[in-house]
Design a protein around this ligand. Sequence first.
Ligand SMILES: [Fe+2]
Ligand SMILES: [Fe+2]
Length: 265
Amino acid sequence: MRSVADQSVRELGGRMSVLVRQRDDHVELDSLLDRLALSSHEEQLPVLLDLYRLVFPHAFAEESVLWPLMRRVLPDGEQLTLQVEQEHQEVNELVTRLEHLERGTPEREAALGRLAEVLREDVRDEEDELFPRLQERVSARQLRMLGLAWEIVRRVAPTRAHPIVARRPPGNVLAALPLSVLDRSRDRLDAARFARGATDGSLHALSEGLSRVSHAVERLPIMRRGEDPSTSRGAGGRSAPVVVVIFALGAVGAVVAAGLARRRL
Ligand SMILES: [Fe+2]
Ligand SMILES: [Fe+2]
């Protein structure tokens, strides 16, 4: 069994293959982690936002397209995919913690160090073990079709950490649309803020507001369906009916905020 890292594009099924698309993203992730390690405290946030926009849609598309297939075609698919889902869960929890840790503190530096470590472990598990196993079971043509499905989901997936939402269907699939609208609105607001030298307090407040709404949305019980107990985290927080109202308001707010950010850009 040869690692995906050591195979040619042709061996992996061609440029459109899911294995080539995965490897390309993993290379980009590696260079972002190198950039993050060399960044000053002030430079970290824009690099982290680039990292989140790469990592979270990438992992979401794995959890909703690739791992369910691996559980169907491999006898030990359950155990293999659970291990990477646990890594993804840790990434979601670390990034959520980072949102509340003061810049330059030892706790934040430790969380950043662990984040880089888990992301690199996840890449090694996928390239050295999971994907070579998948390659044994599916044809090159199927790898290209999977590449297309994975790419489509990745382009509309959430772009921020969501540790409460299920790592498995149907919960994660149901959560995709509302969380993606909220996350991508936050991305626009943050981009507009950084374009002005990160000085706009109102855009920061709007982004924080959307963050609170999205964390409330992921507590909806329906979005936690299908979760394995080992990646499940207590939802706590507000009761579902209140959250439904917040969600509706948040979706409207997100659309307004996105329009506002576009006008200001
Ligand atoms: Fe991956
Ligand atoms: Fe992954």
